[in-house]
Design a protein around this ligand. Structure first.
Ligand code: ADP
Length: 222
């Protein structure tokens, strides 16, 4: 717990001091310097986004860890989440020149907490977009017996073997600078793992450096 708080303080430090620095420079005269003022404002905006992402992930972690957390388990249409992913991420992916391939899973009902599972998908797809420079992100869904196997595949930068366990730890990033650049908090995968754990569904990773990554898990059909 103490380590966690030390980590949070460390994570807060950079964006807070950066924002403070840029604002003070603007006040001290840079505001009327058209060569730099817009650039500073964009930097302030980027750092504020980082703070917002961190705040939002910390709220999620505190909810997951609260003793009162009870899952709202229900049968729901997996396609609702697929449509939501399309709405939420397609433009962002396309703007980066990436193809986002999301299947139509009409009439496939799975059992779980829809809101929390939506957050699992959202984190995995967001990462796939963030860590892929060109190519595509594909979701593949296959039904077998009373289960559904879900795979989120990208052909991005990949993750070398030595980090396959560590990336699920809070605040661990393979490349700090890269994660910060994309507004990452280092908390997404720990949230994903936690949510899937309480669904009794382990997260699996296949990835090779430079070749891409595949995150997969199963959901049950009730
Ligand atoms: P972040 O906010 O940094 O993305 P995550 O907990 O979501 O934090 O992921 C932890 C780290 O795992 C990332 O910083 C990145 O190094 C690595 N990672 C996660 N997803 C992918 C992916 N699809 N491809 C390559 N690396 C990834």
């Amino acid at each position: 717990r103490t380590q966690f708080i030390a980590n949070i303080s460390h994570e807060l430090k950079t964006p807070i001091f950066a924002i403070k620095g840029f604002v003070e420079t603007l006040i001290d005269g840079a505001l009327s310097d058209d060569e730099v003022n817009m650039e500073f404002l964009k930097k302030i905006s980027h750092q504020s986004n980082r703070l917002e992402n961190l705040f939002s992930d910390l709220i999620t972690i505190s909810k997951i860890q609260s003793k009162e957390l009870s899952l709202s388990l229900e049968n729901f249409e997996l396609n609702d989440i697929m449509l939501w992913l399309k709405d939420t991420f397609e433009d962002e992916a396309n703007q980066k020149g990436l193809e986002l391939i999301i299947p139509n899973t009409k009439k496939l009902q799975v059992y779980g907490d829809k809101v929390w599972l939506q957050s699992v998908f959202s984190n995995l797809v967001k990462n796939a977009i963030n860590y892929t420079a060109e190519g595509k992100i594909t979701i593949i869904i296959k039904k077998f017996n009373k289960q559904v196997k879900i795979r989120i595949i990208d052909n991005g930068i990949g993750i070398s073997n030595e980090y396959h366990n560590r990336i699920f730890e809070r605040f661990f990033r393979v490349d700090q600078a890269r994660s910060r650049e994309v507004g990452g908090t280092g908390l997404g995968l720990s949230i994903v793992k936690h949510i899937l754990d309480i669904h009794g569904s382990p997260i699996r990773l296949k990835s090779r450096l430079g070749q891409g990554s595949e995150f997969s898990f199963n959901l049950v059909i009730n």
